[in-house]
Design a protein around this ligand. Structure first.
Ligand SMILES: C[S@@+](CC[C@H](N)C(=O)[O-])C[C@H]1O[C@@H](n2cnc3c(N)ncnc32)[C@H](O)[C@@H]1O
Length: 199
């Protein structure tokens, strides 16, 4: 069985995107600060961030959704090997078409969005109703390796389109009248979002 540290290294070697260490510890700090007991994650990959969360936050339950079959199966294996089945519920589905009646721990203290970057707004709008009134929404990768700040110089057309979509989400959420947003230059750029007047 691989330790969480080894899992992270192994994922990076195989180019499976997992949250940067700085980012995951920032998320864990937010969850601990809130005394969170539940988190819904969009984008499990091989289960690394979900396992990190439950092993660093007392009594936290994570429910997580993964689209890719191989990654889902690998995540299930790791969760079993680490005996974390009671703390992590994983669904194999496209989060955009997932039947929300199947969510087991709603409402959540935290929604963590870490899946297809072009779809951030759709994930947000679909799952925010399942976040507690005073809950937080954490979104990762909002800088996209700094490219968000210099879109005109991105040569590859697909990358430019993707970065534009990330920026569109960022602008949309920052201007939203119902939410307060804090941006942190941690890892690849993280936002912590809360309904207004909840602090
Ligand atoms: C950045 S990785 C997640 C990393 C993971 N949170 C970690 O830090 O260990 C993003 C994952 O989202 C998954 N994904 C992309 N689109 C999705 C969707 N519509 N529904 C569910 N998962 C999706 C991808 O297959 C990929 O494994």
């Amino acid at each position: 069985m691989l330790s969480l540290e080894e899992l992270e290294q192994d994922a990076l070697r195989r180019h499976i995107p997992v949250m940067q260490k700085e980012g995951i510890f920032f998320l864990i700090e937010q969850l601990n600060k809130k005394g969170a007991s539940s988190c819904l994650e969009i984008g499990s990959a091989i289960g690394y961030s979900a396992m990190m969360m439950v092993t660093h936050v007392d009594d936290l339950k994570v429910e997580t959704i993964e689209l890719d079959n191989d990654r889902y199966l690998e995540a299930v294996c790791h969760i079993r090997e680490h005996h974390l089945e009671q703390r992590i519920t994983i669904h194999h589905h496209d989060a955009l078409t997932f039947d929300t009646q199947l969510l087991q721990h709603a409402p959540y203290d935290c929604l963590f969005i870490d899946a297809a970057k072009a779809q951030y707004q759709k994930f947000f709008e679909k799952y925010v109703p399942f976040v507690k009134e005073d809950g937080i929404i954490v979104v990762d990768n909002l800088d996209f390796h700094g490219m968000v700040f210099d879109i005109d110089h991105i040569k590859n057309r697909n990358t430019r389109q993707l970065v534009k979509k990330i920026k569109r989400f960022k602008d949309w959420i920052f201007q939203h009248e119902n939410y307060d947003v804090e941006y942190y230059a941690v890892g690849d750029g993280i936002c912590v979002i809360q309904r207004k007047d909840q602090e």
